[in-house]
Design a protein around this ligand. Structure first.
Ligand code: SAM
Length: 329
């Protein structure tokens, strides 16, 4: 942990200021140590270079969600060059320019694949927050970047100071909260007035097959042991991979074939990925205990509830929402 990260940290329990009470330095950074809230006195450890500001009581569904994603990101830890175009697709019309010189939060950073990109896009400082052990993978994946910080914490009780950020983006996360609106309400006050909020979310609209087949399967598989679910995802990924090669790859240049295929926009986007990534995506869809497929009106309401104006709500790949707006000034 870099010492200047203290300027951003706040107690997740009472929002009091956080002080460093013990530190084992490692080349200027803090490898092991302890933080304490100056207001309520709760202490939080720093281990393996990561401040762990985890609230004491977590709901069972939240704990299961982040433990299961932690397993996924530990197993599929690698970063791929295709992630850049994918992130820009999820965020558009907000582009890489929006990062330049900004203090940025990746809300639910997973293995940290977008932290490196945010840094490369010119962010001043980037903080990745995740509640699971994915943070250890994110920290390893960004260890060489001086302007990237990783914090373990809950997005609904964020361990960060109010009005300390210019841009928050959250990719594929808020729909996994028990109540996605709680995430919008908790994160928005971290932005300065006029600060930007970007979220990519599963849509209800356009996901008929997923709602009929994948979602009921997920309700079962999210209770099963993870190595088994990973094996099951591999079995699902094999025919999907064959379909990507046989149908969706040629469909990129054959409009008549494209019109005949389901989920064509989404699945042609997966064509450049190797089998391992397709396996990881199938696994991701089967492991989560909570997944909300959000109707357009619900996304609009979540922005209003969060005190955010909605500037763009784009139906991405005709099965998800790329939503962006600003904190009301
Ligand atoms: C589908 S993954 C997306 C990760 C990352 N945004 C990406 O696109 O690679 C969802 C992530 O949200 C995290 N998450 C879920 N609930 C959370 C919470 N209450 N607080 C913080 N992180 C949470 C999970 O641990 C997981 O890493």
């Amino acid at each position: 942990m870099k010492r200047r990260l203290l300027d951003w940290l706040a107690c997740p329990a009472c929002r009091g200021a956080i002080a460093l009470t013990r530190a084992v330095p490692d080349a200027g950074d803090i490898r092991e140590g302890e933080l304490a809230c100056g207001h309520c006195g709760v202490r939080y450890p720093i281990t393996r270079g990561i401040p762990r500001l985890v609230p004491p009581a977590l709901a069972a569904a939240v704990r299961a969600t982040v433990e299961r994603f932690g397993y996924e990101w530990t197993r599929f830890a690698e970063l791929r060059p295709e992630y850049e175009a994918q992130l820009l697709g999820w965020m558009a019309p907000v582009g890489r320019d929006a990062f330049v010189g900004q203090r940025v939060l990746d809300a639910g950073c997973g293995k940290g694949r977008h932290l490196r990109l945010a840094s490369a896009f010119g962010a001043k400082e980037v903080i990745g927050v995740d509640l699971g052990l994915a943070v250890d993978v994110a920290a390893q994946n960004t260890a060489d970047l001086d302007n990237v910080h990783v914090v373990q914490g809950d997005l609904t009780r964020p361990p960060l100071r109010r009005e300390s950020l210019d841009l928050i983006y959250s990719i594929g996360v808020l729909h996994h909260l028990p109540e996605p609106e709680a995430g919008f309400r908790a994160l928005s006050p971290l932005l300065v007035p006029g600060g930007r909020f970007v979220a990519w979310l599963y849509a209800r609209e356009g996901n008929g097959w997923v709602l009929a087949l994948v979602d009921p399967a997920r309700r079962l598989t999210s209770r099963l042991p993870l190595p088994f679910v990973s094996g099951l995802a591999w079995v699902v990924a094999v025919p999907l991979w064959i379909a990507l090669r046989v149908f969706y790859a040629p469909a990129r240049t054959r409009p008549r074939l494209a019109r005949a295929l389901p989920y064509v926009s989404y699945l042609t986007d997966l064509v450049p990925f190797p089998f391992r990534e397709v396996h990881s995506i199938a696994f991701d869809h089967l492991l989560a205990p909570v997944a909300h497929y959000m109707a357009r009106a619900r996304v609009e309401r979540a922005f209003v509830e969060g005190g955010l104006t909605l500037e763009s709500l784009r139906w991405h790949h005709a099965n998800s929402w790329a939503a962006s707006g600003r904190r009301v000034g």
